[in-house]
Design a protein around this ligand. Structure first.
Ligand SMILES: Cc1cc2nc3c(=O)[nH]c(=O)nc-3n(C[C@H](O)[C@H](O)[C@H](O)COP(=O)(O)OP(=O)(O)OC[C@H]3O[C@@H](n4cnc5c(N)ncnc54)[C@H](O)[C@@H]3O)c2cc1C
Length: 512
């Protein structure tokens, strides 16, 4: 019997697999597709997920640098500019990277950790019995069954597993607009092939990865490879739209550009034989969340648990941190040291975070619609965004920096423990490097041998590190950080530490 079967080798299923493998549990990943999906999806990682992936060394692979994540000086919120340079704590870490590349690199990491990924194997159905889940799998050469202790459904927004379990997916499908998109070539002088900027009459110089809202609709674009522009036009319209059997042409895309931008934008086939992948969508945007993230031995992660508009790019900030939250809890349960109820905290911690993402993506979609009322609302928002406190609030919301799972005595408790430079027995390091093994860390920042003695009862599970911050005063005498980077406890009192160790990491070993 397998410990865990993961359905879906998208980014969230793959990260889940690496988390389990790091914790010593062997998962099996089943992916319906034969090859990595090449359709255009995420263009980057936005927010706290960058720091969380830095804790595993995955950010380094994605970014191709050993430098820690960097925050951007400005970021779009509902096609308005959030000026972040002046705020006290800028949490908008952004890494431009295409989803396809993320999936390739995560699969590479999974294979280094000996994770088996079976491509072309589709989970068709499941049954749960006492201590296990039986999964029926279809391949091109027939069907077979496997048994596992747990099943993780990372099978995307249309999750067949969620549907089979009868877990409701309430929410809305906003069909008030038509989308047109493609990968196109745009010539100079309109396009700067090096910077990816576009000079559009009436709009000045538009930077890539920004949104332009007009009374005609919304225009977004990016340039990932010099000369290849990914463009998207959204129009709120009742006008008749050609059927799915009618291919989108460059003329149709150009007409959308004229309506949205009120200007001529000449687009043509992209260079180097790259497919233009012109498309039209009237399906609308789903904004839905699963009623519960767990049903017995089955857990939903990522898009299987929540879908929403891509405004602000929050999808993987949310989904990948679902995987980081569930991974160590599931591994602890399989290893036999999880305290009662640990697995249930996956739902109680992550569902409210998903609700907040649905809230701000819906708000952003409402704020980019055309019409004088929305224009007035945007003016008002623009005024509010002159106030640094409001910018901080929105940036914390969009990045996930405002997530706090529990409110303990200390300000840090329940929050993500940000990376910092440390000086300890082993010399200079970063806190992020202490988290590479996906184990809980007790960071002692003062000479408290009583706390160190206490923690020996959990030495098989919890890493003890003595180190001091290089640039700042210690935020507490000691901090106990969970494998997902969240603070289980901070402070100085031995009773508090003992309680937190038992709450999160189970019963102490009997000392010899
Ligand atoms: C146009 C667009 C732009 C986006 N931009 C961003 C962005 O900039 N930043 C961001 O963070 N997010 C963005 N997103 C969202 C992001 O792409 C998703 O959140 C992400 O793909 C979710 O990953 P996942 O692993 O949960 O699901 P998916 O990526 O959907 O992966 C699910 C996998 O499961 C497989 N599968 C399905 N059913 C089965 C089955 N029964 N058995 C086995 N395998 C199965 C599928 O083949 C697939 O490989 C964007 C999405 C779109 C569509």
């Amino acid at each position: 019997m397998y410990d865990v079967i993961i359905a879906g080798a998208g980014p969230n299923g793959l990260l889940m697999a690496t988390e389990l493998a790091l914790a010593g549990v062997k998962p099996l990943v089943l992916e319906r597709r034969e090859e990595v999906d090449v359709s255009p999806k995420a263009n980057g990682l936005v927010g706290q997920v960058n720091q969380a992936l830095d804790f595993r060394g995955i950010y380094e692979r994605f970014a191709g640098t050993t430098q820690p994540p960097t925050a951007v000086p400005a970021y779009p919120f509902a096609a308005m500019t959030l000026g972040l340079a002046g705020i006290d704590r800028n949490p908008m870490y952004v890494l431009p990277i295409q989803q396809r590349r993320m999936e390739e690199l995560l699969a590479e990491r999974a294979s280094e950790l000996d994770v088996e990924i079976r491509r072309g194997h589709e989970v068709r159905s499941l049954t749960q019995q006492g201590e296990s889940v039986t999964v029926r799998i279809a391949t091109s050469s027939g069907e077979y069954e496997l048994e596992a202790k747990y099943l993780v459904a990372a099978d995307g927004g249309r999750s067949a597993i969620r549907k089979q379990l009868g877990i409701g997916f309430p929410g809305i499908t906003d069909t008030s607009f038509v989308g047109r998109a493609g990968v196109v070539g745009i010539d100079a002088p309109t396009a700067n092939q090096e910077t990816g900027e576009l000079d559009v009459p009436g709009h000045g110089t538009l930077r890539p990865m920004t949104f332009t809202r007009t009374e005609g609709g919304l225009f977004a674009f990016a340039m990932f490879v010099p000369g290849q522009f990914r463009v998207t036009f959204l129009e709120w319209t009742d006008a008749e739209v050609p059927g799915d059997d009618v291919p989108v042409t460059f003329d149709e895309l150009g007409a959308a550009a004229r309506r949205v931008l009120g200007a001529e934008l000449t687009m043509h086939e992209p260079p180097d034989g790259v497919p233009a992948m012109l498309g039209r969508s009237t399906d609308g945007i789903n904004s839905r969340q699963a009623e519960r993230y767990r049903e017995g031995r089955v857990f939903l992660v990522g898009d299987a648990a929540h879908v929403h508009s891509a405004m602000g790019g929050p999808g993987l900030n949310l989904g990948l941190q679902d995987a980081l939250n569930l991974g160590w809890k599931l591994a602890a349960t399989i290893k036999g040291w999880a305290p009662d109820g640990l697995l249930d905290t996956y739902d109680t911690e992550r569902r409210p975070v998903g609700e907040r993402v649905l809230m701000h993506t819906r708000a952003q979609l409402a704020l980019v619609a055309p019409g004088p009322n929305v224009t007035a609302l945007r003016e008002l928002c623009g005024e509010l965004l002159q106030d640094k406190a409001n910018v901080q609030h929105i940036a914390d919301l969009m990045s996930g920096a405002d997530v706090r799972y529990e409110h303990g005595d200390h300000e840090l408790t329940g929050r993500f423990f940000a990376d910092r430079a440390l000086h300890g027995d082993g010399g200079l390091t970063r806190f992020a490097h202490l988290m590479r093994g996906a184990r809980p860390v007790l960071l002692l920042m003062n000479d408290r041998s009583d706390l160190a003695d206490l923690a020996t009862g959990w030495a098989d599970r919890v890493e003890l590190v003595r180190a001091q911050p290089v640039d700042h005063a210690p935020p507490a005498e000691a901090v106990l950080v969970r494998p997902d980077g969240y603070v289980a406890w901070a402070g100085s009192a031995a009773e508090g530490l003992e309680r937190a160790l038992a709450t999160w990491f189970g019963v102490a070993q009997v000392r010899a």
